[in-house]
Design a binder for this molecule. Structure first.
Ligand code: F0G
Length: 482
């Protein structure tokens, strides 16, 4: 985004790109939206995209590609082994991370599978600033345990703390002392911490994490899936890094990491993933799992076209104009909603705008899934599809007890370079209307509850006729508008 001051009116985000390929959208009317939501079992994962106006479910694999990325796809080299496409990608990763070795994988969770199988043993512990769903599943599957040691500010919904993704250093040290360094599989740091609202860590904090790792001789693994957002926030918010370029910041973070892995569905705006390291011994330990689970070492389950797009996307990630687009749009949305009294996670993070569903719907108990209920209400009110990140996304324990989530968030992801500002304004308007009418919105109950990953496939019903009443109020307030 450009630093352009407006002469008349408020400053608004100004895009440093133009749109050259478009996809037609449709906006079903409110009666149709109610029908589609019911057909989808009140689960936004089960909606058909043709019935969605703004798809804010995720930023994974749905960021817009640049003309350069699309052009690069045409020169992809399809050979099974030793393709030129791999060499170009490998060289780009060497350049931006300064790490010699690269193992390709079909997406981020495949990299997590390889890491967990290699380093996690029964009874081992993986301390981390915060977990991501797939990360935790792989660690637990291999007999390990996740310990979250994000600073207390990380779990505060409203804050002005700039680095809510920071690791609590004294707690990290105490944990390793208590467990014994030999039980620590590795320390994991997640850039742009996803589940607490896309919140960054500071470079200073990362240096301290590495110091602790060195003190105890344990590995530091960086999940760089949301690195682009984190880089932008460090540049914006960390005074000591003001004069560093994005490239220098990236190299410094890589220098502090023993291993970097990433989902290229996010980092690099393509589809794929991989693991980088500068340590030959670590590389050799992980290498054999790639042909076993992913594909040969020079494609790792990825399409070579996507790999070419990734190479260009990684280079474009070094451009501040490019990586600022998401955070600045998100900040605009967060600030506008806050101004209208809508409870949101602050400060604005990366990835998307996160609405605090417990604040929005205080009358809906957590076991009736306020964030899930809000996701259905927003779709009915607007055709905007968000993602529940709360109790519904948790899993029952062995005794069938449902853990209540620390936060109940409705995540409205902002895929990069996809929406226009007028579309974002529309979403803000409908969320505002919904907030004014929040008393109508009730909870949900499961009618079909899968044992694992219930948030993906589960089907629910509203606890009353609140959805019909919401539609009636929409028509009363807005007439026959879409
Ligand atoms: N790590 C982080 C921080 C992620 O956000 C994701 C995916 C993964 C790992 C796994 O990568 O999807 O390529 O296998 N996040 C997506 C999301 C799914 O919607 O936030 P993947």
């Amino acid at each position: 985004m450009a630093n352009v001051k407006f002469f008349f009116g408020d400053d608004v985000p100004l895009e440093m790109h133009k749109v050259r390929i478009v996809q037609k959208l449709s906006l079903p009317n409110v009666d149709e939206r109610l029908t589609y939501m019911r057909e989808a079992g009140n689960n936004t994962f089960l909606l058909n995209n043709r019935d969605v106006f703004m798809d804010m479910l995720t930023d994974s694999g749905v960021n817009a590609m640049s003309d350069q990325q699309l052009a690069a796809m045409m020169i992809a080299d399809d050979s099974y082994a030793g393709s030129e496409t791999f060499t170009r990608l490998h060289n780009k990763l060497r350049e931006i991370f300064g790490m010699e070795y690269f193992l390709p994988a079909h997406q981020g969770r495949a990299a997590e599978n390889i890491l967990s199988q290699t380093f996690v043993t029964p009874g081992s512990v993986v301390p981390m600033n915060f977990h991501f769903t797939t990360t935790k599943s792989h660690i637990v599957l291999n007999g390990g345990r996740v310990e979250e040691i994000v600073i207390p500010e990380g779990l505060e919904i409203e804050s002005d703390y700039p680095f809510k993704g920071n690791t609590d250093i004294p707690r990290l040290r105490a944990l390793i002392e208590a467990e014994g360094a030999d039980k620590i599989a590795y320390v994991r740091l997640e850039a742009g911490t996803n589940l607490i609202g896309g919140q960054p860590y500071s470079l200073e904090n990362m240096r301290q994490v590495r110091e602790v790792c060195d003190q105890f001789g344990v590995l530091l693994v960086l999940d760089a899936s949301l690195l682009a957002d984190n880089l932008y926030f460090i540049k914006e918010r960390e005074a000591a890094c003001k004069d560093m370029t994005i490239r220098e910041l990236t190299l410094e973070m890589a220098r502090l990491s023993h291993i970097i892995y990433f989902s290229a569905r996010k980092l690099g705006c393509a589809r794929g993933g991989g693991i980088c390291t500068d340590d030959q011994a670590l590389y050799m330990k992980m290498r054999e799992l790639v042909p076993l689970y992913e594909g040969f070492l020079t494609y790792g389950g990825m399409s070579v076209r996507e790999m070419e797009a990734m190479t260009v996307g990684l280079e474009e990630t070094m451009d501040e104009d490019m990586i600022s687009q998401g955070p600045i749009f998100i900040e605009y949305m967060v600030n506008e909603l806050k101004r209208r009294g809508v409870p949101v996670v602050t400060p604005a993070g990366g990835l998307g705008c996160h609405i605090n569903a417990m604040g929005f719907l205080p009358h809906v108990p957590q076991n009736q899934y306020p964030a899930g209920a809000l996701a259905t209400a927003l779709y009915i009110a607007s055709g905007v599809r968000g993602m529940e990140r709360g109790t519904l996304s948790e899993q029952r324990d062995e005794n069938g007890v449902e853990p209540l989530s620390e936060m109940e968030l409705l995540r409205l992801a902002m895929p990069r370079r996809v929406f226009t500002l007028s579309q974002v304004k529309y979403a803000i308007d409908r969320i505002h209307w919904l907030h004014e009418n929040r008393a109508i919105v009730g909870g949900l109950k499961f009618v079909e509850e899968p044992r694992i990953l219930r948030f993906f496939f589960g089907r629910l019903d509203p606890v009353s006729d609140w959805q019909e009443r919401l539609v009636a109020k929409f028509k009363a307030d807005l007439g026959d508008t879409l």
